[in-house]
Design a protein around this ligand. Structure first.
Ligand code: 13P
Ligand code: ZN
Length: 232
């Protein structure tokens, strides 16, 4: 609730922009792990065995980050990926009949990539931070160029994301294709820029994912305010 309100306040998540998913353990889910399935929601892809039967708290499609705090039960959902990886059992939330974010393929595929190399990964976060999008629009869609421009604009950048940032060209969002492309990049980095759209960050907890995106956005702001003429 706090992070969605904060991201809205930052101006990164206009309208229904952005989505978050958090992997929860059975202990964290507590009594809800025994809840009867409210309904099954088709995934539209086959989830990898590593995420099957796992629990995710996820933002709803078309829902506004600014509204999560006052009405979590409508704007969020708790789902468990089915045993066959084809659907998600809704255990709580999406109270108005809604469903998970249209970017759920990207989220689940990114969780899959990260879990395979980092079993502690819990969070996938997508947002539309203004300066990050502007900076990406001014550069070739080249992750080496984007990464180096960030690193030279702010000495903290290389400390916070030494592996650099992945970059995808402008692609149709909400599809399995963009999910697969993002997840492929997530095999080597925790950050992926979607040109002309936004960014993905992930991490062990909400602070790590948010902190990565926040550092990229701050650095992109410095780069844009210095008109891209960082020479030192
Ligand atoms: P959702 O409302 O489906 O989460 O989509 C928002 C978004 O940012 C699409 O990329
Ligand atoms: Zn988006």
């Amino acid at each position: 609730k706090e992070v969605t309100a904060n991201m809205y306040r930052q101006g990164w998540d206009e309208r229904n922009g952005g989505n978050i998913s958090v992997l929860l353990t059975a202990e964290e889910v507590g009594e809800f792990s025994k809840s009867k399935t409210i309904r099954d929601i088709n995934l539209g892809f086959i989830a990898d065995p590593i995420v099957r039967e796992k629990y995710f708290l996820v933002t709803g499609t078309g829902k506004y980050f600014k509204n999560v705090k006052k009405d979590p039960e409508t704007n969020l959902g708790l789902v468990q990926i089915s045993k066959d990886g084809k659907s998600a059992h809704l255990l709580w939330g999406f109270a108005d009949g809604g469903k998970f974010t249209s970017e759920f393929p990207s989220h689940i595929m990114c969780h899959t990539s990260r879990l395979k190399i980092d079993p502690k990964n819990k969070v996938v976060m997508h947002s539309h931070p203004t300066y990050t999008i502007a900076m990406g629009a001014c550069l070739p869609t080249d992750e080496t160029v984007f990464t180096k421009k960030l690193w030279i604009s702010n000495t903290e950048a290389i400390v916070v994301f030494p592996e650099g940032i992945g970059v995808l060209p402008c692609m149709l969002c909400g599809t399995n294709e963009i999910g697969e492309a993002t997840a492929k990049k997530m095999e080597t980095t925790r950050l992926v820029s979607w040109t002309n759209h936004g960014i993905y960050g992930c991490g062990h907890d909400i602070d790590e994912a948010f902190g990565l995106i926040e550092t990229v956005e701050k650095t992109a702001q410095i780069y844009m305010l210095s008109l891209g003429h960082v020479v030192n």
